[in-house]
Design a protein around this ligand. Structure first.
Ligand code: FES
Length: 219
């Protein structure tokens, strides 16, 4: 099983809050040893099932392992333990992803919104979210007090399962295709699935405590 980490920058030597030559904020997952440019980031593949509009088209090479490849994360029970240890959030720097719980009672709503590639994990109670904010690409941190994701760059907020709640982001957080073999989860970080449309709220989760950032206004 991969080890979750709350210290991706330290673990991987990642560049914090970078800004590309075109002024677009870079994903903090673009590390020093990662030769991607801002133009590369613009080309990441984002799949759009179930009527969600695709916006980008480039497949990150998957022959080097790590981000862009299929990652065998491990046993689902171990992942749930890691989520509990992380106060509701497990971070996997290898996949530039958060894995969070998905509530069983919300599955009937989820089945009307999410694709089979997403539901494969959700039906087992977990969900893999891409760390990159769909607004301008900052790494979105967890907010343990609200139990949301809250982006410090421009204040976009997402609920615990990455559905947009506020700020300028054009949609919910993007996510990855998942497969479950027995009790083991594999996340395909080469298949980024566009986040759900604004207004999607399958869990009805409100903030559970103080916010970590002030919500930004849409623009
Ligand atoms: S990059 Fe996250 S709100 Fe702008």
């Amino acid at each position: 099983m991969l080890g979750p980490s709350g210290d991706a920058v330290g673990a991987l030597g990642l560049l914090p809050w970078g800004v590309g030559a075109d002024g677009r904020a870079l994903d903090a997952g673009a590390g020093v040893g990662d030769q991607r440019t801002a133009a590369d980031l613009h080309g990441e593949a984002v799949h759009a099932p179930w009527g969600r509009a695709a916006s980008l088209a480039f497949l990150w090479p998957s022959n080097k392992g790590g981000f862009g490849s299929e990652i065998k994360v491990g046993a689902i029970e171990d992942i749930k333990t890691a989520i509990a240890d992380g106060n509701g959030f497990a971070y996997y720097p290898e996949g530039r992803m958060w894995i969070v719980p998905y509530p069983e009672e919300a599955l009937s709503k989820a089945q009307a919104v999410y694709s089979p590639q997403e539901l494969a994990g959700m039906e087992k109670g977990i969900l893999a979210l891409y760390q990159k904010c769909p607004h301008l690409g900052c790494r979105v941190p967890q907010c343990e007090t609200s139990q949301w994701f809250e982006c410090p760059c421009h204040g976009s907020q997402y609920n615990h399962v990455g559905e947009k709640k506020g700020g300028p982001a054009p949609r919910g957080m993007d996510r990855f295709a998942m497969t479950v073999d027995g009790d083991n989860l594999t996340v395909d970080t080469g298949t980024i699935i566009q986040g759900p449309a604004i207004g999607t709220n399958t869990t009805g989760q409100e903030a559970e405590g103080p916010h970590c950032v002030t919500g930004g206004s849409a623009h």
